[in-house]
Design a binder for this molecule. Structure first.
Ligand SMILES: *[C@@H]1O[C@H](CO)[C@@H](O)[C@H](O)[C@H]1NC(C)=O
Ligand SMILES: *[C@@H]1O[C@H](CO)[C@@H](O)[C@H](O)[C@H]1NC(C)=O
Ligand SMILES: *[C@@H]1O[C@H](CO)[C@@H](O)[C@H](O)[C@H]1NC(C)=O
Length: 260
């Protein structure tokens, strides 16, 4: 039979264990784990093929412009417009084709000189073994080009650790209504294996952000009433070899910048 002092000792022991556990939880937010426990030993290439329906007009649009700059209405390329989408993904190009998922996210018109979108979207699938799994894509979409390529930056569910790219081709585009159907071909690797490390490159350039003057490269399209926290800017900033405004342009940084 345990004596009261032994009981007390056991109680302290458990209290100590408990408190050291709490301390461990408070100071550590990481632990190492085996990659194979997450299925990282095998690599599987999946090809997905579907159509993306972007309906921007009519009684039931699936993509809506939520913000734009004051100058956007005068821009032939809609520079500064920001849209939120819940677009259907279907097996065929017809409007009544079977829906296999949704493309939920944002796209911004982020180019001065062409209709060029920056897309930040999650594709959520609703069919069979893909039901509930998502792929995240982030990239540049110059919509009038015949073929565009957008990186897949990750995924969830059966697409955990996914990476790959999507090739987009416009199936049809109605210039009057703005509605479009786009064919998506995805080459997707998931889960990733031991990929070759990419070659190491060092880039060096200047990012020119012009927020004053006649030709702005960054436009404020939305903001909170009180602070710069919450500001949304759409940018098409030139990347130049040097800091001078006359310096040679070697690229563009097109996208969104959020103030926080
Ligand atoms: C997909 O999953 C949801 C939620 O689990 C379920 O309600 C739905 O019936 C599933 N759809 C298909 C086609 O399996
Ligand atoms: C294009 O959209 C307009 C406006 O909604 C519509 O009247 C027209 O029929 C559409 N054209 C085609 C080829 O679908
Ligand atoms: C405005 O600036 C952008 C970015 O530098 C450039 O591409 C565009 O041609 C300029 N537009 C005009 C009208 O100067």
């Amino acid at each position: 039979m345990a004596t009261p002092s032994l009981l007390l000792l056991l109680l302290f022991f458990f209290l100590f264990l408990f408190s050291s556990n709490v301390a461990a939880k408070q100071t550590r937010f990481y632990r190492s784990m085996s990659p194979t426990s997450l299925g990282l030993h095998k690599e599987k290439l999946t090809h997905l093929h579907f159509y993306f329906h972007d309906v921007v007009s009519g009684p039931n649009p699936s993509a809506i412009i939520v913000a734009q700059a004051q100058t956007t209405k005068n821009s032939p390329t809609l520079f500064g417009a920001l849209a939120v989408s819940d677009d259907a993904l279907t097996v065929g190009p017809e409007p009544n084709s079977k829906v296999v998922g949704k493309a939920q996210g944002m796209y911004a018109f982020a180019s001065h000189n062409e209709i060029g979108l920056v897309m930040a979207m999650n594709l959520e699938f609703s069919e069979g073994k893909y039901n509930g799994s998502t792929l995240s894509l982030f990239g540049r979409n110059p919509v009038l080009k015949k073929v565009r390529e957008i990186p897949i930056v990750g995924g969830s569910g059966v697409f955990r650790f996914a990476h790959g790219y999507a090739e987009l081709k416009t199936e049809w585009f109605n210039i009057t209504s703005g509605n479009a159907v786009v064919e998506y071909n995805y080459n997707n690797i998931s889960p990733s294996g031991e990929a070759q490390p990419p070659p190491f490159l060092f880039f060096f350039f200047y990012f020119h952000n012009v927020v004053n003057g006649p030709n702005l490269t960054a436009l404020r399209v939305a903001q909170a009433q009180t602070t710069s926290f919450g500001a949304v800017n759409v940018v098409d900033n030139p990347l130049k070899i040097g800091p001078e405004s006359s310096s040679k342009v070697i690229g563009k940084a097109q996208g969104m910048r959020l103030g926080y």
